[in-house]
Structure formats: structure tokens, C-alpha cells
Write a protein that binds this ligand. Sequence first.
Ligand code: AVI
Length: 318
Amino acid sequence: MSSLPTQSNDPAVPQADTFLTDVLAGLSQPQKQLSPKYFYDARGSHLFDQICQLDEYYPYACEMTMLPAVAESLAQRFRHPLEVIEFGAGSLHKVKPLLDNISAISRFIAIDISGDHLALASTNLKARYPHLEVTAVEGDFTEALRLPASDDKRMGFFPGSTIGNFSPADATHFLQNAGQTLGQGQYMLLGVDTKKPNDVLQMAYNDSKGVTAAFNKNLLVRINRELDANFQPDHFAHRAFYNSDLGRVEMHLVATREQRVDVAGREIHFADGETIHTENSYKYHQNEFESLLEKAGWQAVEWWHAPDRMFSVVLAQN
Ligand code: AVI
């Protein structure tokens, strides 16, 4: 199987009509909502990379600081050829500490919904690690996928606390599917964001430069471009807050006036102050996340924690 270019893992790739159906269904709910998976067009992926460089957005820096030590400890555990499969791979920054420290890694398979972004990132990765076999798969990593056959051990890699963007039920479903994709007796390395004081979360999701606000509003720009809609992004405001009852940061787009928007010929009404719920970012205690893993057929094998437990990484086996 050739390592490049990006290949499409058919039914999983979101088609324009799926996007339209999802958007119309989401905007027809009493609490309007849009899936955060649609944030990541080219501009959205770029804005997310910028978020990761912000001082206020601690998850990226915490995890990047932890990963070399995590990788050194994994290098002791994995001494035979190991395939690493990254789910929702994005810019492929996070895998570099693994590639730099775990010599057993024989092949890297990157799965992401944003094909163009992934193809470019894979080409750059291949240039930096010329001996590594790199396969880029454009697809919906939340579904079970068919990987190229192999006898090597496999370790799924799901960093960045992206698992927090799923509801606990969807996270369980994702972990079950990942278990099917990887096979029995395989491993999964996950970044998990932890519960912490409200003000830290408040700053992380309401950054002073307004990058998170631009990331949130870009969803409307994307809908305008791809679905023939006429949202006026300036008529919406970014809102993010920690919902302590549900243990999650919520992001919304708030209509700053009453308005009507046309989406592919369908008129959507917004009352002044009405919101579109665009993202949840769940935060977990270690025991809560272990229960989630167990429900999905995984066992935590080893945990690593950033200072003050600002962020955690866990290795699980199924
Ligand atoms: C990708 N994901 C883990 C990010 C998060 O923190 O939930 C997305 C994000 N949303 C706002 N800032 C970052």
C-alpha cells in the first residue's frame, strides 16, 4: 500500500449533502446546535493551530511538555514493531515526540476528516522522517474503519483531549469503534483534560486575542460558503462557559439581534439572544475516565499527569 497521497475511506467522508442535512437538522432543534466536527475546514484547522499557540490555552502546551517523557516510558514497553494510528490527526505535531523517542514505530497511519490539511501535514512529516511509512486516510475517525492488514502491535493515538468533544455516550461509542479498528489486545494512548478551577477554563476558551471567537464564528462562514447560506457572522457573538453540573465547557454562538437566515432556501429564525450550541469540551477526573474506558471495553494501564493535574495522558489496552 502506498504511503501517500491522502486516500478516502469511503462512506466515512462527510459529503456536502450530509453537512446540509446535519446543519438543517441542528438548526431545527429547540436548542439550535451544530456539530464541532464541522469547525475543521482549512481556515478552521488553521485557527485551531493558532489557539494551540495561545498562552491561555493550556491543554496543548501541557500535553506537548508531557509527551517526550510519556514516549520514553512507552519505548520501554514497546520493543517490537509498532503501528501508531492517530485519530483526528490534524497537523501531526503531537506524534513527533513519539516518533523521536520510540524507535519501534514502523508505520504511522493518520486519520482525519480534513483531507487537504492532512495531506500537507503528512507530506511534511514524511520529509522529516524519510524512513517512516506514512499513510494518510481521509475519513470520519468516529466510525470503525478498516486498516491495512498487519501483524505488528498497534497503538491508537488520540491526543489533545479531543475525546472531551464527545458526549460520554459518544466517547464510549468512539472507543468501542476504535477497539474494532485496532483489534483485540491492542493499545490506545489518550490525552484527557481534567476538572479544574472555573477561571482557568474561562480564560482558555475566551482568549484575549479573540482567536477562539474567530474559530467559533468560522463555522458560520463555512456554512455560507458551502451551503449557500447568508449568515452575518457579525450578528453573532462567541460565548464559552463551564457548566459544572455536566462537567463541560460549552461554546455557543449568540444572536445579538432578532434575525432571519436563509440556509439552502430554508428560512431559520433567531430570537435576540438565542444561541447555537457549537461545542462541548468535557473535563474528567481520573476515576470518571477509567469508568468510561471500562464501559467501552478498555482498561487503563498507565497514567501520566501534568503538574497540578492540569492535563493527563493515559495508556489503555483492550
Ligand atoms: C479539539 N478540542 C479538544 C478543543 C477543546 O479544547 O475542546 C477544541 C477547542 N475549542 C475551543 N478551543 C479549543
